[in-house]
Ligand binder design. Structure first.
Ligand code: B12
Ligand SMILES: *[C@@H]1O[C@H](CO)[C@@H](O)[C@H](O)[C@H]1NC(C)=O
Ligand SMILES: *[C@@H]1O[C@H](CO)[C@@H](O)[C@H](O)[C@H]1NC(C)=O
Ligand SMILES: *[C@@H]1O[C@H](CO)[C@@H](O)[C@H](O)[C@H]1NC(C)=O
Ligand SMILES: *[C@@H]1O[C@H](CO)[C@@H](O)[C@H](O)[C@H]1NC(C)=O
Ligand SMILES: *[C@@H]1O[C@H](CO)[C@@H](O)[C@H](O)[C@H]1NC(C)=O
Length: 417
């Protein structure tokens, strides 16, 4: 009898293991492990009681094996205390997953999320791809909590993806692939084959689109979408036609980490699971035993040079051709800031020199987002926002992290997604 249950247990383990890691995946070489430890510490150190709690960080911490148990407890506590009514669809879904990863019961949040998802509908058949990011998070969280009740929601979601005609987004496609892979793996035995066909078809479309975005150096989309794409490609039941060289992608990412490109805690939260061989599908499988490893200490930061940096000039343009005929503007200013300053300093200096450049930010999980310039504010209903460029290239970081170079031309353009 004991032997038999032992056998069953092993069988179960084997099934759990294969269901979450079916596709290709690759490991961080031992020589680079300390690099991964360092960014994990950097991410965990960003947790303070002053910030608003970031569920993505708790998920990453728990999947990776948290070092700082105090930070882990604080985040769990703050998320337990948060009011679901204050959260939007995506934040609620992330909170459900974060609490699950801390082995806490998310309580009524699951039902609230489910009813929000029942009401969800895309704005149109050409709705911008990124508007599917939060619904993907919702399907993923609900799939992990109650896959059977989620089946009709996932079917509706998959069908809207199938008919959507907007340009593909790697971040969103990857999150949708994780959600639908979870559903695919949980189709009830003996269920209509139509489920497998539908989810399989959408997954195939997404995986093809992701694989078309794999660059020669292994980056998938841009460096900040690569972590999510790696998660997706390592679990989907469908493999891309073009073979994916996971080691090459891993190599380039590790190199980018060495160059300090993963400094934003949220960017670490999205890359860390992959570096530890985990995906968001592993959230329900986390075992919670207190006191894992001892926290490694960060190597002392290279001492800042004693000579103060010289100033550089940044050319800064704000451009609104979208809202209010009498409000259109296209104004440029030259600003002098200390070399090494982030873009936010340029914006502040411009505002100080000329009040027309006044701006506002709102705090998000990625840091401050520029919400308004010269009284023209982003608006979710109108799908408007301030897009930032270096020359003609969109920036791939926010104003609090991007470091401009001398004579760089930065433009903020009011536009629509
Ligand atoms: C949707 C989206 C947007 C939408 C958000 C509005 C909306 N209602 O949908 C729009 C189109 C406005 C947008 C704008 C930008 N985005 Co964006 N965005 C995303 C995306 C695909 C999903 C975010 C999301 O919904 N998360 C789920 C919810 C629950 O979490 P949340 O934290 O509450 O979400 C909010 C923030 O993420 C915020 N936000 C979105 N993008 C950015 C970027 C920055 C720098 C900041 C501070 C905040 C922010 O808007 C979300 C909705 O309120 C992510 C992809 C990803 N991997 O996360 C990229 C992503 C976060 N964006 C990115 C970038 C670079 C930008 C821009 C700087 C692009 C540009 N050249 O101007 C601008 C922001 C400029 C500014 N004004 O400060 C990068 C950030 C990388 C980094 N290291 O900082 C990401 C990771 C995409 C990528 N792979 O490169 N984005
Ligand atoms: C992906 O690519 C296919 C064609 O290969 C296309 O039909 C589909 O709409 C694209 N988009 C998504 C989100 O899958
Ligand atoms: C805005 O001004 C810049 C520089 O003066 C110019 O090159 C650009 O064409 C202008 N754009 C619009 C839309 O007027
Ligand atoms: C150098 O930059 C700082 C802001 O970083 C600014 O306050 C100062 O005025 C600049 N110095 C000169 C000479 O422009
Ligand atoms: C600014 O700093 C960077 C690196 O810190 C350096 O490469 C660059 O030459 C500096 N530019 C000026 C104008 O001092
Ligand atoms: C700036 O925004 C306007 C209005 O949406 C748009 O027509 C234009 O193409 C944008 N410029 C760039 C460089 O994206």
């Amino acid at each position: 009898m004991a032997w038999f249950s032992f056998f069953l247990l092993n069988l179960l383990w084997a099934m759990v293991g294969t269901s979450s890691q079916s596709g290709s995946s690759c490991l961080v070489p031992t020589a680079d492990q300390s690099l991964v430890n360092d960014i994990q510490v950097l991410m965990e150190d960003s947790v303070t009681s002053l910030d608003f709690p970031n569920p993505s960080i708790l998920i990453a911490m728990n999947l990776a094996g948290a070092y700082d148990m105090e930070a882990q407890k604080l985040l769990t506590y703050e998320l337990m205390a948060s009011n679901p009514a204050d959260l939007n669809l995506g934040q609620l879904a992330l909170t459900v997953m974060a609490l699950t990863s801390s082995c806490r019961d998310p309580g009524n949040r699951v039902l609230i999320l489910q009813s929000q998802m029942e009401k969800w509908a895309p704005s149109s058949s050409n709705a911008e791809a990124s508007t599917f990011y939060s619904p993907s998070l919702a399907i993923l969280a609900l799939c992990q909590k109650n896959s059977e009740a989620t089946l009709p929601l996932a079917v509706r979601f998959a069908k809207t993806l199938l008919v959507n005609s907007s340009p593909f987004s790697v971040d969103t496609g990857s999150m949708a692939a994780l959600a639908l892979t979870c559903m695919y793996n949980k189709i009830p035995v003996g269920a209509d084959d139509a489920y497998r066909v539908l989810f399989g078809q959408v997954l195939k479309d997404i995986v093809e689109n992701i694989s078309m975005r794999i660059k020669d150096n292994g980056i998938i989309g841009d460096i900040y979408s690569t972590g999510l794409a790696m998660q997706a490609l390592s679990v989907t039941p469908v493999q891309p036609n073009k073979e994916w060289n996971c080691e090459k992608t891993m190599d380039t990412i590790l190199n980018d980490i060495k160059q300090g490109k993963f400094y934003n805690p949220m960017s670490i939260a999205q890359i860390l699971p992959t570096l530890r061989g985990k995906t968001y599908l592993d959230v329900p499988l986390v075992t919670c035993n207190p006191g894992a490893d001892v926290q490694p200490t960060l190597p002392s930061q290279p001492s800042t040079p004693s000579t103060s940096p010289t100033n550089i000039t940044v050319i800064y343009t704000i451009n609104n051709q979208l809202r209010g005929v009498e409000l259109l503007f296209n104004i440029t200013i030259d600003v002098s800031v200390k070399n090494g300053s982030v873009l936010l300093v340029v914006l502040e200096e411009a505002q100080r020199k000329n009040p027309v450049f006044k701006f506002q930010t709102t705090m998000t999980s990625w840091g401050p987002m520029v919400s308004s310039i010269n009284n023209i504010a982003e608006n979710t209903n109108h799908k408007t926002y301030w897009e930032f460029f270096s020359g003609n290239t969109p920036l791939n970081e926010g104003v609090a992290y991007y470091v401009p170079f001398n004579n760089e031309h930065i433009t903020a353009n009011f536009t629509q997604y």
